[in-house]
Design a protein around this ligand. Structure first.
Ligand code: FPP
Length: 252
């Protein structure tokens, strides 16, 4: 499919809750892992599409902290898929100047996944066209608790005063430090939940929820989400007129 030249106002950061792999497989009488395998193909095509469009950051919820509670064979299969994906994508990431990042409690990942992830992050670190950010063993609440712990430690060590703590200081201690907040948050498979994803960062994200299951989330579906985003008026808590004049003042 041709990328629509109509797309003008693109989100800088798109975050996606990739849901529905299990249901996709069940509908076809296949084991759940086949749904995840089909989901990896969608990851590949969506990242490609985002890169072609010039989206700067894409964060994918690939494995939540809660997902550790799934049956061990499913967890193992997801970890194997992650390793396979990273190995297969390295050349494309290098060719397309995509830099890989990961957020979450990465120490919990099996050693092989940790090593491949570390190597891919290091080898792609110099790339500047797009950041692909994988949320792995990620939970928004524990990310906030970790940031609070860090702030407390810095205060105890005398490096920070409690009155200096504001939203930016807190944001700097999150895994996403240095990344813009997501402008658009997509969730597939029709559930109306954040599921512990980017709780702080998604405060003003535009939400787009589609009933389409993740393996069926084609480039066309992605374009629909972007087109819908373009129709939204983002006011960040202001009234229309105020927001328009603050944009004009900032030259945006
Ligand atoms: C939710 O579907 C999806 C996940 C728990 C994992 C997402 C993983 C992938 C798309 C593949 C691996 C990703 C990478 C980047 C290699 P679900 O299993 O909860 O579906 P269901 O709600 O229909 O059961």
């Amino acid at each position: 499919m041709l990328i629509s030249s109509e797309l003008t106002k693109l989100p800088a950061h798109v975050a996606i809750i990739m849901d529905g792999n299990g249901r996709w497989a069940r509908k076809r009488g296949l084991p759940r892992i086949m749904g995840h395998r089909a989901g990896v193909k969608t990851v590949r095509s969506t990242v490609r599409c985002a890169r072609e469009l010039g989206i700067s950051v894409m964060t994918l919820y690939a494995f939540s902290q809660e997902n550790w509670g799934r049956p061990p064979d499913e967890v193992g299969a997801l970890m194997d898929l992650l390793v396979e994906y990273l190995r297969q994508e390295l050349d494309e990431m290098l060719g397309n100047r995509i830099s890989l990042r990961a957020i979450g409690d990465l120490q919990r990942l099996p050693e092989e996944a940790r090593l491949v992830l570390k190597e891919t992050i290091e080898r792609t670190a110099g790339n500047s066209e797009m950041i692909l950010n994988l949320a792995l063993s990620y939970g928004g609440r524990s990310e906030l608790a970790r940031a609070a712990r860090r702030l407390a430690e810095e205060c105890l060590k005398g490096r920070l005063r409690p009155e200096e703590i504001d939203e930016d200081v807190l944001a700097d201690r999150l895994y996403t430090s240095g990344l813009p907040d997501p402008d658009l948050l997509i969730r597939t498979s029709g559930e109306y939940r954040l599921s512990n994803f980017l709780l702080f960062q998604a405060a003003y994200s535009e939400l787009y929820i589609t009933p389409v299951l993740w393996p069926d989330f084609s480039r066309e579906e992605f374009m629909k989400a972007l087109e819908e985003y373009q129709k939204r008026e983002r006011r960040f808590g202001l009234i229309s007129q105020q927001h328009l004049s603050s944009c004009t003042a900032r030259g945006s």
